[in-house]
Design a protein around this ligand. Sequence first.
Ligand code: HEM
Length: 163
Amino acid sequence: MIRKHREADSVSEIRAKTRHGEMTIDQLAEIQPGMAALMKEAGDRFTHTYYAAKGGNWKLAAHHLNQLRASFRTAKTTRPKFAEDLDAYDKEYLLPIFESIRDQDWSRFEAAFRKGEDGSDVYHDKRGYPHIRYLLPKDPPSNLYLGPPEEFKRGSRAAEKTP
Ligand code: HEM
């Protein structure tokens, strides 16, 4: 619930109230996710995009890539100084990945994904994080089925396994 103090007339006096207590809207803004949290999300989404495409679950790949792009949009709001770079990366690297998913073209996907890895190095270098290097994990994530949706059968672990 958000309410405005009777005596308050400036935006920063607007307070949010939960059953645990109150905070100002500035405090609420302060605790929104920054680059560290959003990049952790981006890294995970990037990995999931890769393995969903590899398994043939193209809709899941599109879902993860969309969520990666959503985390970039959040970052543009909470950390606007990165907006231009995030947009440039999106256009140069994520769009081609998105198009290869749309066309269900694995070889184009893989080439675009590998370029995306190189591109993340470029931007981490540019922003002063040469020690941060995204690595594709060797094993696929196992919490979601990665194969073609029409082949999924719940019940037997073997059937649930990604082909
Ligand atoms: C798909 C592309 C990208 C991936 C997979 C990726 C991945 C990551 C990962 C895994 C981290 C470390 C997070 C942690 O555990 O603390 C990170 C940090 C970071 N990335 Fe990216 N990144 C990508 C693109 C970019 C772009 C385009 C920018 C440009 C603004 C950027 C800027 C940063 C910054 C500034 C940090 C340090 C955050 C902090 O600790 O404050 N990244 N990235």
